[in-house]
Design a protein around this ligand. Sequence first.
Ligand code: KIV
Ligand code: ZN
Length: 518
Amino acid sequence: MTTEQDRVLIFDTTLRDGEQSPGATMSHEEKLEIAQLLDEMGVDIIEAGFPIASEGDFEAVRAIAEQAKNAVICGLARASTTDIDRCWEAVKHARRPRIHTFIGTSPLHRDITALDQAGMIERIQATVAHARNLCDNVQWSPMDATRTEHDYLCRVVETAIKAGATTINIPDTVGYTAPRESAELIAMLRERVPGADTITFATHCHNDLGMATANSLAAVEAGARQIECTINGLGERAGNTALEEVVMALKVRNDIMPWRTGIDTTKIMQISRLVAAVSGFPVQYNKAVVGKNAFAHESGIHQDGMLKNAQTFEIMRPEDVGLASTSLVMGKHSGRAALRAKLSELGYELGDNQLKDVFVRFKALADRKKEVYDEDLIALMQESVAGGEDDHLQLKRLRVVCGTDGPQEAELTLAVGGEEKSIDATGDGPVDATFNAIMMLYPHDALLELYQVHAVTEGTDAQATVSVRLARDGRVYTGQSSDTDTVVASAKAYLNALNKLHLFAGRADNAALMQSAG
Ligand code: KIV
Ligand code: ZN
């Protein structure tokens, strides 16, 4: 029999702490798509962004708040009334809004804010009370809690509770703590702080020493009932606690950790792939739960054991995290109904129009590739998220000439804002020649920060997935695309990133126009 004490809330901060990691910037539409899936899979609280950070952040939090069906939608705010008011403006549209306000409480942070202990207590009292006047669901965090003096930590937590905080989050901001210490800190606060039994304690760990998952679970053992985490462990530096790890650990080892979450674990692979695609941060092959090799058994002894009894080497079933058990799926004779059924098995429910479009792409792929695997279909779906008919830049034709006695040449035709333009360019290799041609047709000053190629499956006819990251004016734009031709995938990934840059530049111009008009 489960009681509320058995329930651990899952607070996902992929769109705030995750997006803060250098290079992981996501577009407005991508954020909405991720938030929708997080909501569908049963995430209790979605931290949708930092509304004061930019107009884009504000709009994304507001749109996510409007779209959310079940999840609490939370925005982050520093300890200032301006930040908190802005946050409230964005989250108030949610059915269940939350304001999350924080201040760094360790000696290092007190130095930076130039507040002494008493001054900081006053600030906490005033800002938490202000937030609580706006919203009855208020979370407060003492940033760098694990390096804050215990006596002082007790005083600030008590102040926040008295001022109206309903959740107290204890961040290990720099990934410094270890499991036993993480548990002892929560136990100490629960024991010493008056009013501790009236609020929910949360744990927020970073993974600098690879202990984020262990530290989060240890905090739960000690009484924390909210885990803050991100998909694929995305986040600043070495990242945050990975949602898929804590959720599956609680499910698989429920015998020794008897707490449950509300997560539909069969959606884990789908959200993991989506976040990897839009952030441009691929999942490492041997990553726990969602890595490509997490369920692969290659050594002879393992394969033999698996064939006799899957439990020999498998502590969770691939289906539990949404991995289809068979990998070889379709070919060029497969029909539309079969494609719809297969995609639904992979977690993609398509409307008729979307299916029509994906079916055309599937046929084109099946013509070039004898066997179409699950991974190919997933890449195809990500492709349809990445590029659309309304894109400013569209690839029309590409031909490259390669040889041992370079330079290589690219003949390229693009539609630029609907108008077809062609050019020839040379370069140091076919990809360089193609990128030079793109640059000539669409001149820009963004810096190419990353270019990465992955094979989707094995074999010389395998599709390649290419990720491109561009940076301009402190913002980052990622693009991704897949194709059996690596150069075509590279061109499309580059165009995908440039389309995002173009969209953002358009939005910024609009905002400037609105301001000058207002
Ligand atoms: O790591 C951290 O301290 C944070 C806070 C803003 C909660 O992300
Ligand atoms: Zn953090």
